[in-house]
Design a protein around this ligand. Structure first.
Ligand code: FES
Length: 174
């Protein structure tokens, strides 16, 4: 099963175990209790169709039980991230190019590295913090447009999931 990005903000998708998805969310707890291993397998790899995702748009998908943020970065967001590559004040130093495979696409696990809250900033007009990335309201951590932590208490950047672009419109996560 393939996720279409379109204009939806949060997608629950998976490849491989079509039956689990096809039955609908209401049936999920029953399937989950009967066969948890299938559940894990179904979510361990997903395929996301990025076609139609506008520049500047952010979507969330669920992979391996975790939210993954996909950000179609604007030239300004890319420039801001690259400008801060050599910022000696970075809590967890990393260059932008170390965090993306393609400049226009940032793909990160949307879990704050402090205590595991889901940062806000996926939707406009949510607070994205002064670096235009994400803000974690739990204890105030702030991330930039490369998903790097710029203000703690989070100790490190947003984690990167394993992923691979299949072509210009499809990405496999997991
Ligand atoms: S969980 Fe995000 S700042 Fe504490």
């Amino acid at each position: 099963m393939v996720a279409k990005s379109g204009r939806r903000d949060f997608l629950y998708i998976a490849t491989g175990s079509v039956a689990a998805i096809g039955t609908g969310l209401y049936a999920w707890p029953l399937i989950d209790s009967l066969n948890p291993s299938a559940d894990v397998m179904a979510l361990s790899k997903i395929e996301v169709d990025l076609d139609g995702m506008e520049v500047g748009q952010r979507i969330s998908v669920k992979w391996n039980g975790k939210p993954v943020f996909i950000c179609h970065r604007t030239p300004k967001e890319i420039a801001e991230a690259e400008l801060d590559d050599n910022n000696t004040k970075l809590i967890d130093p990393a260059t932008d190019v170390e965090r993306v495979q393609r400049k226009e696409w940032l793909i990160v696990i949307g879990i704050c590295t402090h205590l595991g809250c889901v940062p806000i900033g996926q939707k406009i007009p949510q607070n994205r913090g002064p670096w235009n990335g994400w803000f974690c309201p739990c204890h105030g951590s702030i991330y930039d447009t490369a998903g790097r932590v710029r203000r703690g208490p989070a100790p490190r950047n947003l984690d990167l999931p394993p992923y691979e672009f299949r072509d210009n419109a499809m990405v496999n996560i997991g």
